[in-house]
Design a protein around this ligand. Sequence first.
Ligand code: KIV
Ligand code: ZN
Length: 392
Amino acid sequence: MKTIQFFDTSLRDGEQTPGVNFNTAEKVRIAKQLESYGIDALEAGFPITSPGDFEAVSEIAKAVDTMTVVGLARCRKKDIDAAYEALKHANHPQIHVFLATSEIHMKYKLHMSEEEVLASIKEHVTYAKSLFEKVQFSPEDATRTEKEFLVKAIQTAVDAGATIINVPDTVGYSNPTEYGELFQYITSNCQNIDNVIFSCHCHNDLGMATANALAAIENGAGRVEGTINGIGERAGNTAIEEVALALHIRQDFYQAKTNIILEKTKMTSDLISRLSGIPIHKTKPIIGGNAFAHESGIHQDGVLKHPDTYEIMTPQLIGLKTNHLPLGKLSGSHAFGQKLIELGYTNLTPEEQQILFDEFKVLADKKKNILDRDIHALVAGNAISTSQSLEL
Ligand code: KIV
Ligand code: ZN
């Protein structure tokens, strides 16, 4: 079974989320959490961009132990030098050099010809390799790059010493079929890549970042880049927790394992949410507040009989204590009865329970969220059940 590595960029691409700004202490705290979560490589920042980013990369390099620490650099010597300086205390340093290769970027942003781009890749990857053992190259906007030129750019980077090739879907333009085929195309047209790790990096503009990453894995990617909770530019990056859980739950299909400690998913997600100030949407897969909540009567009845009926993973797997059966107008008598017991009303007769259930249904038609105190009020306000002893 192959092992898929995770490269976390919550502190670099994730910090490009509008409004997000982690300070150095927060970054070090996050880095330590990500290391204990089982992340293989952490992109700690872009050292040339500011003294603060340089300091954070440097502090993270000193603080972490086994995880690879990565610094981002454009194809410029001063960027590469800054990354080298910032990472000099890292046990496992890596540099990530990038240059755009799509016609749109070369023409409008870089004002460079194809030949100039290839020459720059050769010069700067060669220079990076003189300072780092682990060198990653990313052809930015790869999915909108003309394929033959993309292969030339990647081959140039490999020949100059890159050992990790990342294929960014910079603007979230690709889809799973196309992105998977792109990995096939690259790996069957590049030479001398036996020791090269191919990595995917997806953005979520069309809501396909997780699906695209999984398609890349199916087609030879050995590493996934992403962020916790999917934070990042515009609609964000691939959510690492989604890919990790998909690989675990569908191990039968992907035949892959990871180094992620899944039970630390919730606490890692909570930390990023709290420090980034970006709340998690209730219906977000895996970590959303409703991901393990069942409201309809049929689902609640099924889950109470056997959780497997409506849960493909246990809440404990991601570090939650339990699932949740919120009471609403669609809830059935099974979940309602369970709630009465949970609240200590254990001696009610079936008739008394039925009366309370009918009253609950009337209330639930008017009130979206039924709270424990509403149930207590129903019991207290009911002539029959006031005689019941409350066994708390
Ligand atoms: O999305 C992107 O292209 C990037 C690169 C720096 C890899 O984040
Ligand atoms: Zn990106």
